[in-house]
Each structure stands twice: as C-alpha cells, then as structure tokens.
Design a protein around this ligand. Structure first.
Ligand code: NAP
Ligand code: F7E
Length: 343
C-alpha cells in the first residue's frame, strides 16, 4: 500500500506516518522548502525508512496545483491523507487570505488531482471541531451545526463540504475526520497545551520565570494525537466513506490544564502565570465537547489516553528537553530567547 501524506512535517504527519510505516505502507510525504530545516519531527522516521525506500519526501506546496497533480500521477498512491493547513487559529486572523487559500483552493487542487487520476484513490480530509464554533457545553456530533468563528474554521467548513461534494458527485472514497483538539510532546509550541508544558519544564529548570497566556476560561476536548491517527486510518479502511467525529467526550478549561501541568512538577501555577490581551482572539470558541459514538460503533475506535496521562506525557518530555537546553545555556552555546517570545 502507498500513502501520500500532506503536512507530514507537522504533529499529526509524524504520528500518522509512523503508524503507516509500521503497518508496512510505503509513505510519500510533501514538504515545503524552508530557510531552516522543518523536518525535525520526522527525522527518526527518515533515518529508519528512507534508505529502504519506504519513505520518500518531495518539495511541494498545496498552493502549487501543477506540482500536486504531477505528484499524484507520479506516486499513484492508494490513499491520500490531507493534513496540510495553516492550522493556528489565532494566526488565521492575522493571515486570513493565506489561511483560506491553503484551506480551500489547496484542498480543491488535491481533490481534482485525485478525481482525475486513472487510479481509484481514497482521500482523507483533516476537518476540525473548530467548525462548530462551540458557544456552550453541548455535545457535538456529525449532525451538529457549523458556526465557524475564524478564517481557519470557515476554510475547514469549505474543505469539509467540498470533500462531501466530491464524494457524492463523483462516487469518490472521500472522508472527513472531524477531530477535536489532540496534543502530544510533538505539538507545535505555540498551541496552548505545549506552550504550557514547555514553560513548566523551563521554569522547573530555572531558565524561564513566567508564562503569559490569553483566555484561561476556554474549554477544550483534548486527546492524544497518537490515538487520533489510528482513527484516521480506520476511516480509510471502512467499507463506505463517511464523516466521523474523534473526541474524548471530556472537556477541560485552559486554567485546569495549566494548574495540573504545574502540579506535576510540584509548582504552584499562580506564582508564574499571567495573562495578556495580546494572546486573546478577536472571536473566541468558548467550549468544545465531542461525541465520538459513531466512530466507536462503526470503526471500533475510542481514545486510550486519559487527560491526566496526556498532561504527564507532555510535561515529562518537556522537562527532559529543558534539562538539555539548560546544559547548552550553561555552556554558553545557546541564548535563552523563548521567554520574550511574542507567540
Ligand atoms: P501542524 O502541526 O500545524 O502541521 C501542519 C502541516 O501542514 C505542516 O506539515 C506544515 O508544513 C503543513 N503546511 C502548512 N501550509 C502548507 C502548504 N501551503 N502546503 C503544504 N503544506 C503546508 O498541524 P497538526 O496539528 O499536525 O494538524 C494536522 C491537520 O489536522 C491540519 O490540517 C489541522 O488544521 C487539522 N486539525 C488539527 C487538530 C489538532 O488538534 N491538532 C484538530 C483538528 C484538525 P511546515 O512544517 O512546513 O509548516
Ligand atoms: O487554543 C486559548 C485559546 O491554539 C486553545 C488547532 O490544532 O485545535 C487547535 O485550535 C484555547 C483557545 O488551539 C493561549 O484562546 C489561552 O481557546 O491551543 P490552541 P485551538 O484554537 O483550539 C483545533 C481543533 C484545530 O483544528 C486547530 O488546528 O486556548 N489560549 N491562552 C491560548 N491559545 C494559544 N495558542 N496561546 C495562548 O497563549
């Protein structure tokens, strides 16, 4: 089996590629040219699988439709997982045009290339719980209404509906995975969970003194990314294409996540955390809580990692990284910049 993974350098790209490679797939990944290396997450996979020709990487971009078409024709994958996106909600308010271009035109380019291929290719679209807008604590499932609240969210609604249109119009095997927030030690450092766990490790090691956050009262349904990529794969193996929610069915506030993360290293969060308007969004998704009973019934999928285990996994990993960082700082080999970061 051959899979093409867009967004392979991201959090989910790493976990999904690892899963597919372990299942014996040949994995093809799309990477973007960057002035500095952007493949750090997948380097362990590259060193293990590239020499065996099981993992192949190609420079491209979702906005370069000619290269997307060429790659689909060259690789002829059995499955395409579209994980690429400008995925940061706050950034989408600053860069609405770019976020929307990648999330809409970029997805159509891929759908067109898949549709026009002579091979029957299965297509996965990374849909998001952000599409719901989450104004209260209702349980959200595949039938719930979308009320997007950001340029990111509305571009995901567009891609979600377009994926359904291609499925219904051209009889394509095209699925939407409506995933609620999922985190890990590989989570991008500007998403709130990782920003918190990284700060906890650095504060414990004495290389950071405070943590500045935005809205502490938002609630999210947070799971572990490693569990969620299994759900993506199961959707692609189901007999009929459809849309499925993946979530834990538990919702916690940013404040609760933060408090628990500091407690793991015996720190009192109140002594270190402050808030600043600059981390608040022009429009906030207040509460997200997902109902993944359809995935449980049809895919036999359910999350395996508890909220507490997820926080522990992330804090322990970031504490180890902070120890390494401290060694380099002490030797004068690294300048401690993160504390003054504006992200
Ligand atoms: P992530 O860590 O931010 O990774 C995003 C990936 O997309 C990166 O590989 C990035 O490449 C790539 N990318 C961005 N713009 C691109 C473009 N124009 N062309 C090609 N590639 C591009 O995101 P993630 O957390 O792994 O999430 C994966 C997908 O699931 C995203 O579509 C996200 O919106 C969606 N999603 C995530 C969650 C969640 O909680 N994590 C929940 C629901 C849905 P670089 O490394 O070069 O930047
Ligand atoms: O924010 C609040 C913030 O940026 C979570 C993406 O993967 O999940 C993610 O989107 C909450 C929000 O994730 C800070 O206001 C407080 O209420 O970690 P986040 P997100 O916006 O939920 C969905 C499902 C996706 O699809 C997205 O791609 O935390 N918050 N203080 C903060 N958030 C950040 N980033 N930074 C803060 O300082």
């Amino acid at each position: 089996m051959k899979a093409l993974v867009t967004g392979i350098t991201g959090q989910d790209g790493y976990y999904l590629s690892k899963l597919l490679l372990e299942k014996g797939y040949e994995v093809h990944g799309l990477i973007r040219r960057s002035s500095s290396f952007n493949t750090s997450r997948i380097e362990p996979l590259m060193s293990k699988y590239e020499s065996e020709n099981k993992l192949k990487l190609y420079y491209s971009d979702l906005l370069d439709s000619s290269s997307i078409t060429s790659l689909i024709n060259l690789i002829e994958p059995d499955e395409v997982y579209n994980l690429a996106a400008q995925s940061h909600v706050a950034v989408s308010f600053k860069n609405p045009l770019y976020t929307s271009q990648v999330g809409t035109i970029g997805v159509i380019s891929l759908l067109e290339a898949v549709k026009n291929s002579s091979k029957n290719i299965k297509f996965y679209q990374a849909s998001s719980s952000e599409m719901y807008g989450g104004k209260d604590d209702s349980l959200l499932n595949e039938e719930s209404q979308f009320t997007p609240k950001s340029p990111y969210a509305i571009s995901k609604v567009f891609a979600h509906e377009m994926t359904k249109i291609y499925r219904e119009s051209y009889d394509m095997f095209a699925v939407n995975g409506i995933l609620f927030n999922h985190e890990s030690p590989h989570r991008g450092e500007t998403f709130v969970t990782r920003k918190v766990t990284k700060a906890v490790g650095r504060i414990k090691q004495g290389i950071q003194t405070k943590l500045t956050l935005g809205n502490l009262d938002a609630f999210r349904d947070w799971g572990f990314a490693g569990d969620y990529v299994e759900g993506m794969w199961l959707m692609m193996q189901h007999k009929e294409p459809s849309d499925w929610v993946l979530a834990t069915g538990e919702s916690h506030s940013v404040k609760e996540f933060t408090k628990k993360a500091f407690e793991i290293l015996d720190l009192d969060w109140k002594a270190y955390v402050e808030t600043d308007e600059k981390y608040k969004r022009p429009n906030e998704v207040k509460h997200l809580l997902g109902d993944s009973s359809k995935a449980k019934k049809e895919l036999n999928w359910e999350p395996k990692t508890s909220f507490e285990d997820l926080i522990s996994m992330m804090v322990e990993s970031d504490n180890e990284q902070a120890k390494q960082e401290k060694l380099l700082i002490d030797k004068g080999l690294l300048y401690p910049t993160w504390e003054n970061s504006s992200i």
